[in-house]
Design a protein around this ligand. Structure first.
Ligand SMILES: [Zn+2]
Length: 474
C-alpha cells in the first residue's frame, strides 16, 4: 500500500532565442564553452537527465518552442524523453509528460481567442511529439484565471499544477488534489505543490546535496501524521524549473536519479505522477482559485504588465510594452478578420488548426482550402497564408520572458519586438495597411533605464532587416 508518495515536477523551458529572420540562435558569450545558452543548458540538464532516465520518474512538461529546438539540435535526446514517458504508458496505461500552453504567454493577460489558440497549439504539439493526448497542462508561470481553466477543460485537459497560494481558501491540504468547478458546468483538477519543499529544493542547494539524507531526514516529517495514522495514501508534490537539475545546480540530475530510484523507495517513499495518482485517488475536495495569480510574482500577474517589487528598478517600460503589443495585436486581428470573413473562413478556428501546418502535418494550402466555404484563387490562398504567419509571430511576441526581468535591454524583450516587427510586416503584405508608424509611436515610450535603448529603435531596426531580406514573402 502506497501511503507516502512523492512527485517531482520539472517545468523544462527556455525563452525562444531564435532570430526570427534566420531561425538561428545567436552566439552568447556567457554560455562558453557552448555557442549559446540553449546548447549549454541542453548538455548540463536536458541530455544529462535523459541519459539518467529521469524523465521516466518525474512529472514534466517541455515547452513546445524548446522541444522544437531540441528535436532539431539533438533528436536522440528528444526521442529518449518521449520514450521515457512511453515506458509509463506501457506500464500504467498513463504517461507522466504533460502539455504546456504553446508560447509561454501569461494566459490571464491574453485575449479569449489567444487563450484558445495557446491551449489548442499546446495540445496539438504534445500529441505530435508524444503520439497521445495530454491529460495535464502546465500554465506558463502557473498564471491562471477561470476562463483559461474552462478553455483547458473544454479541450480535454483533466488537471493542472498550481502554487498553494493560488487557492482561494484559508488553507489547503497540498497532499491531495482538488476539484475546481468551472463556468459552463465543467471542472478541472488542481494539484497544489508543497510550498516549503519546492522553494527549498529550488533555492537551498544544501538540501539537495545528498539524496539519502533528503529521503531519510527532510521528506518524512512533511507527511501528515493523521493521514499516516489512518494509513491514508498521500502525496508530496515538489514543482520547480526543470533546469535546476544539472544546470542551475550542478549534480542535481544525479540527486534526482538516486532519490527516485533508490533513496526514496528505501525510505518507503514511492515516486508517482499526477495522471497515475488521479487514477487511484480522484479529487475528493473542492476549491476556488484566486484569479490572475502566478508562481513567480506575488503581485498577481503584475510582473508581466507593469511595475511591481519583483523587479523594482525602473520597470515602467513593462506597461508601455504590454500596451503597445496589445494595440498591435488588436490591429493585426482586425485586418485578419476583415480579409477572412468574405472568404467564408472562421478566423479563429483556422488559426487554431494552423499548428498542424507548423508541425509539418499538413500543407498550408490544404488547410486553407478545407477551411474555406468556397473555391479560392491561388492569390487568395497566399494572402491567407501570409496572415496566418503574421498570427504566428503575433502569438510569439507575447512570450512572457519579455517582461520577466527588470531591464528592457535584454535578448528576451528585444526578441518579442523582433517577432512584433515580423507580424507587422506580414500583415502589411497581406492587407496593404501599414501598422508600423503607429506601433513605432507607441514604442517610443519603451526605454531601458540602463542603456537608454528604446523600443521603437529595436522595432524599426528589425523592420529594416526584414525588408532587406524580403523576409516572410510567401
Ligand atoms: Zn511581482
Amino acid at each position: 500500500m502506497m501511503t507516502r508518495a512523492l512527485c517531482i515536477h520539472g517545468h523544462f523551458y527556455q525563452p525562444p532565442r531564435e532570430d526570427p529572420l534566420t531561425g538561428a540562435v545567436p552566439e552568447e558569450i556567457g554560455a562558453a564553452p557552448y555557442r549559446n545558452w540553449n546548447e549549454r543548458i541542453h548538455a548540463e540538464c536536458y541530455r544529462a537527465n535523459a541519459e539518467l532516465g529521469n524523465f521516466e520518474r518525474i512529472s514534466f512538461n517541455v515547452g513546445p518552442t524548446l522541444f522544437d529546438w531540441m528535436a532539431r539540435y539533438d533528436p536522440k535526446t528528444s526521442r529518449q524523453i518521449v520514450e521515457q514517458d512511453h515506458a509509463n504508458v506501457r506500464q500504467f496505461g498513463v504517461g507522466n509528460a504533460i502539455a504546456q500552453a504553446y508560447n509561454h504567454a501569461i494566459m490571464p493577460l491574453a485575449t479569449s481567442a489567444d487563450k484558445r489558440t495557446q491551449v489548442a497549439w499546446g495540445i496539438a504539439d504534445f500529441a505530435h511529439r508524444f503520439g497521445r493526448k495530454p491529460a495535464g497542462m502546465w500554465l506558463p508561470e502557473t498564471a491562471v484565471d477561470l476562463e483559461t481553466l474552462a478553455i483547458m477543460a473544454e479541450q480535454g485537459i483533466a488537471f493542472t499544477l498550481l502554487a498553494p497560494w493560488q487557492a482561494d481558501a484559508e488553507s489547503i491540504d497540498p497532499t491531495e488534489p482538488y476539484r475546481v468547478d468551472l463556468p459552463g458546468g465543467r471542472s478541472i483538477v488542481v494539484f497544489f505543490y508543497h510550498q516549503g519543499l519546492s522553494g527549498r529544493v529550488s533555492f537551498d542547494p544544501a538540501l539537495t546535496s545528498n539524496a539519502d539524507a533528503f529521503a531519510l531526514h527532510d521528506l518524512p516529517w512533511q507527511y501528515q501524521s493523521e493521514k499516516l495514522h489512518r494509513g491514508e495514501p498521500h502525496l508530496l508534490l515538489v514543482a520547480t524549473d526543470g533546469e535546476l537539475y544539472g544546470h542551475h545546480q550542478p549534480f542535481r540530475d544525479f540527486f534526482l536519479a538516486h532519490l527516485l530510484k533508490s533513496a526514496g523507495p528505501q525510505s518507503g517513499i514511492l515516486p508517482t505522477f499526477p495522471a497515475l495518482w488521479l487514477r487511484e485517488h480522484p479529487a475528493r475536495r473542492m476549491v476556488s482559485i484566486r484569479e490572475r495569480t502566478s508562481w513567480s510574482c506575488h503581485h498577481g500577474v503584475t510582473r508581466w504588465a507593469a511595475d511591481c517589487d519583483c523587479t523594482p528598478t525602473g520597470s515602467t517600460w513593462k506597461a508601455e510594452l504590454r500596451g503597445a503589443l496589445d494595440w498591435l495585436a488588436a490591429a493585426i486581428d482586425q485586418h485578419y478578420i476583415e480579409i477572412l470573413g468574405p472568404l467564408g473562413i472562421d478566423p479563429w478556428a483556422l488559426r487554431d488548426s494552423y499548428i498542424h501546418v507548423l508541425l509539418g502535418e499538413m500543407r498550408a494550402d490544404e488547410l486553407i482550402r478545407e477551411a474555406a466555404g468556397k473555391r479560392l484563387r491561388a492569390e487568395e490562398i497566399r494572402r491567407v497564408h501570409t496572415l496566418l504567419e503574421a498570427q504566428r509571430e503575433r502569438q510569439r511576441m507575447f512570450t512572457s520572458c519579455g517582461w520577466f526581468f527588470d531591464d528592457f535591454d535584454r535578448i528576451e524583450p528585444k526578441n518579442n519586438l523582433a517577432y512584433a516587427a515580423q507580424a507587422t510586416r506580414l500583415s502589411y503584405q497581406a492587407s496593404g495597411v501599414d501598422l508600423a508608424p503607429a506601433a513605432i509611436e507607441r514604442l517610443r515610450r519603451v526605454a531601458s533605464h540602463r542603456s537608454g535603448l528604446r523600443g521603437d529603435q529595436v522595432f524599426a531596426q528589425q523592420l529594416r532587416r526584414a525588408e532587406q531580406n524580403n523576409c516572410g514573402k510567401l
